[in-house]
Design a protein around this ligand. Structure first.
Ligand SMILES: *Cc1c(COP(=O)(O)O)cnc(C)c1O
Length: 370
C-alpha cells in the first residue's frame, strides 16, 4: 500500500506529529538519565517531593498565576479530572460549551444522579457556539482547544454568570501552547502528554482561591466523595508536594525538563507565538492548494496547536497518512470518530518550524506522486 518513498531531504528530523502522546525530545531523555537515581525511590521522601515542588513552582511562573492560585495534581489524567470536577466542584448544575469529543465527554461526566441535567450548547464539528450565562449554574466548562476537531476557544469569564460561579477550562491540548490570562479562569486543567511532551496518567489543575473554597464547601456537604476523586484530598496532598497515591516518576521528570525548556524559550507568550506561526505554515499551505482546505471555516476559531485539514474527493487521506507512516511520519490521522477525509497535525511547542516545513514538503511530494 505504501510503496512510495519520500526523498530523505524532504523528511522532518522528527516524524512524530501526534496530538498526544506527542514527541519526547532527546533533551528530556537526557534529563531522565541524569536523574535516574530518583527512579525507584519513595515519593514520600524529599527528593521526589522537591521534584514535584519544582514543577508546581515552574507551572505557577509559566502561567503567571495570580496571588492565591495553587497548582494541584493527581493521578488519572484529564479523564479522571472530569469526574473529580463532577463530584468535587459542581454544586447543583453545570453549563458547557461542547464542540467535539472531549467537550462532550466532560458533559457526560457531569450528567450524574446528584446534579441537575447540565445546560449544553453544542455545535457541528469544526464550529463553535457561544456559552452565555444561565441562572442557577455554578460551574461553566469548555475546552480551550478541542483536540478532536482543531477548534480553539477563548478563555474569558462568562458575563452575567451568578456570583461565585466557577469557570473551568479543559486545557489538555492547549496548556503551554496557547496564551490566556489565568485570572479569567478558576480551574485550568490538563495532562502532560501534549504540549508538555511527557507521558499520560497525571492531571494538573491551576486552581483559583474561589475554586479551592468551592472544593472545601462541597466536601463539607453530605455528598459521597470517593478519595480518588476528592479535590480537597488532592489539594492537601499537593500542598505537601505529594499525590494521593503513587505518581509515575518518569512522567514528572520528563515534564520538568520540557517545562524548563519552554521557560527558556521565553515563557507562555513566546510559546504561543511559536505555535501560531507553526500552524500558520500549514493553514497557508492548505490555502495555496486547490485540493486541501482548512476544516475549520472561521479563521479565528482555527487551532494553533492542532491543525485539521480536509482533502477533497480526488485524494484518499487515509492513503496519504499511511504513506507518511511508512516513511516515518506518524500520527497524522484524523480523530478516529470524526470520520472525515482529513489529516490532523499537532503543532505543539516542541515541534520546530523546520519540521513543519519538511512535513509540508513531504505532503506535497506524496500528493504529486500518489
Ligand atoms: C487528550 C485530551 C483529553 C484526555 O486526556 P487523558 O489524559 O487521556 O485523559 C481530554 N481533553 C482534551 C481536550 C484532550 O486533548
Amino acid at each position: 500500500m505504501a510503496d512510495l518513498t519520500i526523498p530523505q531531504d524532504l523528511l522532518p528530523q522528527d516524524g512524530r506529529f501526534g496530538a498526544g502522546p506527542s514527541r519526547v525530545s532527546s533533551q528530556q531523555l537526557d534529563h531522565l538519565i541524569r536523574n535516574a537515581s530518583l527512579l525507584g525511590t519513595s515519593h514520600r521522601q524529599a527528593p521526589v517531593k522537591e521534584l514535584v515542588g519544582r514543577i508546581q513552582g515552574a507551572l505557577a511562573a509559566y502561567f503567571r498565576l495570580p496571588e492565591g492560585y495553587e497548582v494541584v495534581l493527581g493521578n488519572g489524567g484529564s479523564t479522571a479530572f472530569w469526574d473529580v470536577a463532577a463530584v468535587s466542584l459542581a454544586k447543583n448544575r453545570s453549563a458547557h460549551l461542547s464542540f467535539g469529543e472531549f467537550g462532550a465527554k466532560c458533559v457526560k461526566a457531569h450528567t450524574t444522579p446528584w446534579l441537575e441535567a447540565p445546560h449544553v450548547v453544542t455545535s457541528e464539528p469544526g464550529t463553535r457556539g457561544v456559552l452565555e450565562a444561565v441562572e442557577g449554574v455554578d460551574l461553566y466548562a469548555w475546552p480551550h482547544n478541542e483536540t478532536s476537531t482543531g477548534v480553539m476557544a477563548p478563555v474569558h469569564r462568562i458575563a452575567g454568570a451568578d456570583s461565585g460561579a466557577l469557570m473551568m477550562v479543559d486545557a489538555t491540548s492547549a496548556a503551554g501552547g496557547l496564551d490566556f490570562e489565568a485570572s479569567e479562569v478558576d480551574v485550568y486543567y490538563f495532562a502532560p502528554q501534549k504540549n508538555f511532551a511527557s507521558d499520560g496518567g497525571l492531571w494538573f489543575a491551576l486552581l483559583s482561591p474561589a475554586a479551592i473554597e468551592r472544593a472545601f464547601e462541597v466536601t463539607a456537604t453530605d455528598r459521597y466523595i470517593p478519595d480518588f476523586l476528592s479535590l480537597t484530598q488532592a489539594i492537601e496532598n499537593s500542598r505537601l508536594n505529594q499525590t494521593l497515591n503513587t505518581p509515575a516518576l518518569t512522567t514528572l521528570l520528563l515534564m520538568e525538563s520540557q517545562l524548563e525548556w519552554m521557560m527558556s524559550l521565553g515563557g507562555l507568550s513566546a510559546a504561543a507565538t511559536h505555535t501560531q506561526e507553526s500552524s500558520a505554515l500549514l493553514y497557508d499551505w492548505a490555502e495555496s492548494r486547490s485540493d486541501v482546505s482548512a476544516f475549520v471555516a472561521d479563521p479565528a476559531h482555527r487551532s494553533h496547536v492542532v491543525v485539521t485539514l480536509d482533502m477533497d474527493d480526488s485524494i484518499d487521506a487515509s492513503r496519504v497518512t499511511s504513506v507518511l507512516r511508512a516513511n516515518g511520519i506518524v500520527d497524522t490521522e484524523p480523530y478516529r470518530k470524526l470520520g472525515r477525509n482529513q489529516i490532523r497535525i499537532a503543532t505543539f511547542v516542541g515541534v520546530p518550524h523546520s519540521d513543519v516545513e519538511k512535513l509540508i514538503a513531504s505532503l506535497d511530494y506524496v500528493l504529486e506522486n500518489l
